[in-house]
Design a protein around this ligand. Structure first.
Ligand code: ATP
Length: 363
């Protein structure tokens, strides 16, 4: 396996920058997920690494080779796509064997490699079947097997689970993770499903508008989003963001809402707020860090329940706080109703502050 380095890669279509100056290093054996909303440039980035598209600028290094000018077949990568792209008239065995026949390996070598891959993926019993005789999950495993037999330096995967139903997706997610751990493979994986990324990847590359917004472990991206885009993209339900105005109250900062309430900040948060380029501050809070009170408590701010959404294990409650809504998660046994007046308490240790102009996190 090998390290992959993207150096200032650019892909332009006319005046549109599909990928804009993206640099990142995928370490040897790392699983990196490229995530972001539709059209942010994930697939284009992957295709540039694969060599399927000409680059406008930048370099791609795989291992110690600069592969920028090499054809896909010479880059020592294997791709797994959303639609599997299996040969419908060949058996599973022949689907796996085909890339090896193209490389002119001997029959015995092909047999060993196909059997090894089939064992890893638990598809030995399916080798004589045709793709149409397989379930979606089994087809997906064959597609992985076809990548695996090639023993590439890097696996590139583009939404490989998106054609599977919800239950199978979860199961295949676990299997892919296991596959990565067992093989210590270098994997670059495109998904629009941030849960997939969080559960499988060592690192997430969060993209928006062709730019790389943040590249870090899922934990750090979740706990320390660098800007409002990342904060609202990662986590489900999304982080609540409330636009407020910073006011100085004798050295300390309080955040003031258009509704008239004020939230005094702790000393540490006051310091952060003072580094903003503006008095406009956006307060961010994840649902699990908020407390809902049914009567007024000190340090809490007034709001009104908008919707109550029971999900079984947990009930999500949307609360109007004036100018914005926040989502709070509650134990299902707590009884609240739409339009009820409530008070919301923020955990000062776990709230996020963003500059209202630049949208960057204040740290
Ligand atoms: P999705 O999740 O919807 O697949 P994505 O993040 O993979 O999206 P890309 O397919 O990489 O996004 O596309 C990035 C941008 O480049 C989009 O705005 C897209 O419309 C544009 N784009 C992609 N291919 C072309 C093309 N051949 N010609 C012009 N624009 C293109």
């Amino acid at each position: 396996m090998a390290q992959v380095v993207l150096k200032e890669i650019v892909k332009q279509y006319g005046s549109l920058y599909a990928v804009n100056n993206v640099s990142l290093t995928v370490e040897d054996g790392e699983f990196v997920a490229l995530v972001g909303p539709s059209g942010c440039g994930k697939t284009t980035t992957l295709n540039l690494v694969a060599g399927l598209l000409p680059m406008t600028g930048g370099d791609v290094l795989i291992g110690d080779r600069n592969v920028t000018d090499l054809d896909p077949k010479d880059r020592d990568i294997a791709m797994v796509f959303q639609n599997y792209a299996l040969y419908p008239n060949k058996t599973v065995y022949k689907n796996l064997a085909f890339p090896l026949q193209m490389r002119k390996l001997s029959k015995a070598e092909i047999d060993t490699k196909v059997m090894d891959a089939a064992k890893v993926l638990d598809i030995v019993h399916l080798l004589q079947r045709k793709p149409r005789e397989l379930s979606g999950g089994q087809q997906q495993r064959v597609a992985l097997g076809r990548a695996l037999v090639r023993d590439p330096q890097v696996f590139l995967m583009d939404e490989p689970l998106s054609n599977l139903d919800a239950k199978l997706r979860v199961q295949m997610r676990t299997e892919l993770k296991r596959f990565h751990q067992d093989l210590k493979a270098t994997v670059i994986y495109v998904t629009h499903d941030q849960l997939e990324a969080v559960t499988m990847a060592d690192k997430m590359a969060v993209m928006s508008g062709g730019f790389l917004q943040q590249y870090d472990s899922p934990k750090n991206v979740f706990e320390h989003p660098v800007n409002m885009f990342v904060a609202s993209f990662v986590g489900s339900p999304a982080m609540s963001l409330i636009p407020l105005e910073a006011i100085n109250t004798g050295g300390k900062i309080a955040l003031s809402s258009s509704e008239g309430w004020q939230l005094p900040l702790s000393e540490a948060n006051s310091k952060k707020a003072q580094t903003a380029s503006t008095s406009k501050i956006v307060l961010g809070a994840r649902h699990s860090t908020l407390q809902l009170h049914k009567s007024k408590e000190s340090n809490s701010v007034p709001g009104r329940v908008y919707t109550v959404e029971p999900t079984g294990d947990v009930t999500f409650v949307q609360v109007f706080l004036g100018g914005a809504t926040v989502i709070v998660s509650l134990d299902p046994s707590v009884d609240v109703k739409s339009d009820q007046e409530v008070w919301i308490e923020f955990d000062q240790e776990r709230l996020h502050l963003f500059d209202g102009e630049t949208e960057m996190a204040l740290t």
